[in-house]
Design a protein. Structure first.
Length: 246
């Protein structure tokens, strides 16, 4: 005759299962985040390629972070890097106020502008689209920020202007040490800023790179390579120290 489990035995089994789940879940979450981190690296590699494609079309100039009236959107979008790159790559062909944009239905064709680990908060894709914005990566604002207040320029440690209105690929003297794109601040409730450095903003905006992948950040560099590492502190030096001023 088969013996039934006693209540104590059932509680012991449940406790063992709970302990095993507690041990396995962190490993599973870490593995999932590692996969997302790999996708994130591919996204930034793609963005780096988009920037090179842009430069090939515009006399070797990299896309500016903010072009103001000097760089135009073909569809009436802001002249900021994410719209200009997406349009140049043929991925965005509507104005950001169009319902196909604000509804988020364009996400699949623009997903390389979004870190796969950000699914909630103000930087989540659907929230960003609904706010008439795009993307949640940071870009090196020193590659071109059309400043309305040129006296606000910050200096790097050599005393040079850590800012260039427009930057050619050939003006980067040490491409492997000059970052391009990166994971933005990890605070999910903060409004996406998308420029890791710009000359008009307070120094408090210099450190905007966030650790989204197991305490690591994805960072792209001007020579095309992409790393996952502890978040760098964004400074005028690693933004623009290696730029030859135009």
């Amino acid at each position: 005759m088969r013996r039934s489990f006693t209540l104590i035995e059932l509680l012991v089994v449940i406790a063992i299962i709970a302990i095993l789940a507690g041990m396995l879940l962190p490993a599973l979450n870490s593995a999932r985040e590692k996969a997302r981190g790999s996708d994130c690296m591919n996204n930034i590699k793609t963005l780096n390629q988009y920037n090179m494609d842009y430069a090939s079309n515009y006399d070797d100039f990299l896309v500016p972070a903010v072009g103001s009236t000097k760089v135009y959107s073909s569809y009436g979008n802001p002249s900021t890097w994410m719209y200009i790159l997406a349009e140049n790559a043929g991925k965005l062909k509507v104005k950001r106020t169009d319902s196909t944009f604000t509804s988020g239905s364009l996400y699949n064709q623009l997903k390389e502008f979004f870190c796969p680990s950000v699914t909630t908060g103000k930087s989540a894709p659907m929230t960003v689209f609904a706010s008439y914005e795009m993307g949640n990566y940071a870009y090196n604002g020193a590659f071109g920020y059309y400043a309305s207040n040129p006296t606000a320029i910050v200096k790097d440690s050599d005393g040079n202007n850590a800012h260039s209105r427009f930057t050619k690929i050939g003006s980067i003297r040490n491409a492997s040490s000059t970052f391009t794109f990166a994971d933005e601040t990890a605070n999910p409730n903060e409004t996406p800023f998308r420029h890791a450095y710009s000359s008009e903003l307070p120094r408090g905006y210099l450190n905007r790179i966030g650790a989204r992948h197991n305490q690591m950040a994805t960072v792209g560099w001007a020579d095309g390579h992409v790393t996952q590492q502890k978040p760098i502190t964004v400074t005028p030096d690693n933004c623009a120290k290696f730029l030859t001023q135009q």
